[in-house]
Write a protein that binds this ligand. Structure first.
Ligand code: BES
Ligand code: MN
Ligand code: ZN
Length: 502
């Protein structure tokens, strides 16, 4: 785990592997940085080797305690924001890792950006550094016990953000909590199906609850039967792995009022079931639990940052497998709220397990419900890998999420849940069917299906993260590398933080 902390004083005064200096296009390096490099910083600018363009870097050597200085370009100041800073920090960390440095100092831009205070910028730098320093693999190396192998040591980078004042220090501490929750979500999301089982996910939630400070209750199949979770049990039927339902609660002292309930799809491997998927890239379906992982990570972040509001996290978790006992197309299931579901396609399983979780939320008397799910391939057609889709029953809630997305870097875009789309999931034989109208509005059909299970009168939003939950290409985008992105943790945290302050 990467350690990130705030530090005041002379950025070149401590012994660090390198100091990264973030500069806008045309901005001159600070005098003390220039001096520390014996004038090399200025020469790099004068020669035109470093112009501050986005992604541009110059690695310089000095004679001080910190032997390396990285100039890192932010690009033009106009239109810059938090995301500009995150990307540049990502570049700096990438270079530090290539150089196998053990520690890195970062000097945030002097005048960060419009709408971004110096304290905010310090937080943004800390968060991006911790996210960029994260890496995941199951590679091994020699040197284990009895001449065997052991897990290969990943890169460990200590990051110091140079910032003065209590506000900046608080922002960095909060950013560290959020990054820790995000990296936990990524760690769990990256686990392959054989290791990241529903049981393992539930255990990880329990462990994190003890560490971060939230309560965790795990429902077993017998509990699900007793409650009538026909959706979750219906999906789990084809698998040898038993399902789990994780119920987490963060209730800080003094926080009153109804909780916000976060729900996450924890499908640990989606083969499609009897409506089996093509084998091409099926391995990526280990990421189908990323919504659930994000909810566990969000509870962790909220608890670690001690936000003053009540939050509940619900994660229904199972595999979706074909088998002799698997649910078949045409089968009818009964969900927790008593509604019957015609299963026309066993690959539309996420909505089946979320149905029970949404209905279960009723007993918590929620102020609002937000669910996160890798629900549809269709959302990738609509929004690609840049934004998640958001839809729901409450415009204010969707707008609050959109705003939180802009601030956190996990951006979402609204999709409509007009009444007319409701027809797409009407069934001839049951209350609702799990398949929409062919290729028409697949993500909205998913949203409309879920809507049938949302407790009456509770504001609800559904975030479809299928396009943004993981990066399949290396190096991935910007400060997040390959693999699970933890999408949803930063978004949920920022949404809840703003709500707590309102
Ligand atoms: N987990 C998938 C959605 C998905 C697909 C996420 C690709 C990420 C990448 C989901 O369970 C699914 O299979 N959805 C179907 C729904 C359809 C059968 C109505 C889909 O999108 O094809
Ligand atoms: Mn599926
Ligand atoms: Zn799925």
């Amino acid at each position: 785990m990467t350690k990130v902390e705030a530090k005041g004083g002379d950025p070149l005064g401590s012994r660090l592997g390198a100091l990264a200096v973030l500069l806008y296009e045309g901005e001159r390096p600070p005098a003390r940085v220039n001096e520390a490099t014996g004038g090399a910083a200025q020469r790099a600018v004068r020669l035109g080797d470093f112009r501050g363009k986005a992604g541009q870097q110059a690695l310089l050597y000095g004679s001080g305690r910190t032997p390396r200085v990285m100039l890192v370009g932010l690009g033009p100041r106009k239109g810059a924001g938090a995301e500009t800073v995150r990307r540049a920090v990502g570049e700096a960390v990438r270079l530090a890792r290539r150089l196998e440095l053990k520690s890195l100092g970062v000097l945030p831009p002097e005048k960060p950006a419009r709408g971004l205070s110096a304290a905010d910028a310090a937080g943004v730098v800390a968060e991006a550094a911790a996210l960029a320093a994260y890496g995941w693999s199951l590679k091994t190396e020699e040197g284990g016990k009895k001449g065997g192998r052991r897990p290969a040591k990943g890169p460990e980078l200590k990051v110091q953000v140079f910032a003065e004042g209590a506000a900046a220090k608080a922002a960095v501490r909060r950013a560290a909590a959020v990054a820790e929750g995000t990296n936990l979500a990524r760690e769990l999301g990256n686990l392959p199906g054989n290791l990241g089982t529903p049981t393992a996910l539930a255990q990880a939630a329990q462990k994190e609850g003890r560490r971060a400070g939230f309560k965790v209750k795990v429902l077993l199949p017998a509990d699900m039967k007793r409650l009538g979770m026909g959706g979750l049990l219906g999906v789990a039927k084809g698998s040898a792995e038993p399902p789990r339902f994780v119920h987490m609660e963060y209730s800080p002292r003094g926080a009153k009022g109804p909780p916000v309930v976060l729900v996450g799809k924890g499908l640990t491997f989606d083969s499609g079931g009897i409506s089996i998927k093509p084998s091409d890239k099926m391995w990526d379906m280990k990421f189908d639990k990323c919504g659930g992982c994000a909810v566990i990570g969000a509870l962790s972040a909220v608890a670690r940052a001690k936000l003053p509001l009540r939050v509940v996290g619900l994660v229904p978790s199972t595999e979706n497998m074909p088998g002799g006992r698997a649910t078949k197309p045409g089968d009818v299931l009964t969900a927790l709220n008593g509604k019957t579901i015609e299963v026309q396609n066993t690959d539309a399983e996420g909505r089946l397990i979320l149905a029970d979780a949404l209905a279960y939320a009723e007993r918590l008397k929620p102020a609002a419900i937000v669910d996160f799910a890798t629900l549809t391939g269709a959302v990738m057609v609509a929004l690609g890998d840049q934004r998640a889709g958001v839809m729901g029953t409450d415009e204010g809630l969707c707008e609050a999420l959109r705003k939180a997305g802009e601030a956190s870097g996990e951006r979402v875009w609204p999709l409509p849940l007009d009444e007319g789309y409701g027809d797409y999931v009407k069934s001839a034989v049951a209350d609702v069917k799990n398949l929409g109208k062919g290729r028409l509005a697949g993500s909205i059909s998913g949203g409309w299906f879920l809507r049938h299970f949302v407790p009456e009168g509770v504001p609800w939003a559904h975030v479809d993260i299928a396009g943004v939950a993981w990066n399949s290409s290396d190096p991935g985008k910007g400060y997040l590398g390959q693999g699970a992105t933890g999408f949803g943790v930063r978004l949920a945290f920022e949404f809840l933080r703003a709500r707590a302050e309102a």
